[in-house]
Ligand binder design. Sequence first.
Ligand SMILES: NC(=O)N[C@@H](CC(=O)O)C(=O)O
Ligand SMILES: [Zn+2]
Ligand SMILES: [Zn+2]
Length: 443
Amino acid sequence: MTDNTNAKGASDAMAATYLIKGADLAGAGAGDLLVQDGVITRAGSITAKDAVVVDADGLVALPGLVDLHTHLREPGREDAETIATGSAAAAAGGFTAVLAMANTNPVTDTAEAAERILDLGRRCGLVDVQPVGAVTKSLGGEELAELGLMARSRARVRVFSDDGRCVHDARLMRRALEYIKAFGGVISQHSQDPRLADGNACCHEGELSGRLGLPGWPGVAEEVIVARDVMLARHTNSRVHVAHVSTAGSVEVLRWAKAQGIAVTAEVTPHHLLLTTERLATYDPTFKVNPPLRPQEDVIELRKALADGTIDAVATDHAPHARHDKQHAFAEAAFGMLGLEQALQVVATVMVHEGLMTWAQVAAAMSATPARIAGLAGHGRPLAVGEPANLTLVDPAAIVTVDAGRSHSLSRNNPWHGETLRGQVHATFLRGRPTLLDQEVQV
Ligand SMILES: NC(=O)N[C@@H](CC(=O)O)C(=O)O
Ligand SMILES: [Zn+2]
Ligand SMILES: [Zn+2]
């Protein structure tokens, strides 16, 4: 985004100067950063009068996190989340930009709808809300949406997705991939073959789904779509992004496709990096999600693939649901779980603490690479002089027991409640303005 004026624009200009003292700069050694007029103006060892000093001794500074996959529910389901509450959750989680999925009501399938989301996000001003456009009208899977008009709108839509549903018609997928090349777009696919895993499928297909009597969702239902889509990406010479990869088989396909030079990228969610299908044994609908939680063998392969770059990014798939949609028998409850506030902690716990990833790699997987995939200028930039001051400060040594009741989200379907995780986000800056300071969201 080049035009980042928002309702807080006036106060941005007059914002205080911040001196961030002694942060570990994405693992590249300790240093100070001076933040002035929205930009990093100095780096190194700094003294500055009249600056608000932020003591970052022992904290890691990362470029502001970018989430490729957030459900904000506005318009249509403001009882589950609003752009304001979702933005607050994002700021609390260290994010400075989120891609807002199109499965709202109405669906984001026109230029006007996309611009409305952009404007609502700007009015709130806590995080850059970048709309994702639907691939097909009303997510109907029948007719392409106004992809070009959305791309040329003020919202400059680049990521298109029918997420929640799979673009299962191969011919339509092919046409969408051809179309988006004109403006450097990408299709983010919810990979679920509807014949192999229909809308009732809700538990990884295996011994446990049989024992629990829940309809099985086999890994192959994801893998056949991933395989098909990488071949379509190769054929069209266009870009496909695989949303919420959940199986070792999908990782194998991705590894092959990348070795061929096919333009495919992929994301993994925090929950698929840590939670396994055994969580379903109590029939707690909090753990009902699409795609389902998988066995430990898959989780281990997902971690390896994220560490070696086969999976490019971590994305939350933050999917808030109101109590009355979640509190049902498992088979009837809504799919989805919260993710924005604990995403970085989960990555710190399973990847950094386990020695699988450095903080510099986390900065790549949660900021630079998702910003590049989404074509978001001004985000995912290095913490260097002249760059926009989009950053977050995290205490890597903190050990925190998650309390779902303290969430900024309107919903409470938080799979991390009661879980002990590492790392704590202390502050987030969006173009030099703190959106989170001392762990308090700055509304
Ligand atoms: N992940 C989910 O289980 N649910 C998402 C849709 C989706 O990401 O497929 C939702 O919108 O609730
Ligand atoms: Zn999905
Ligand atoms: Zn989703």
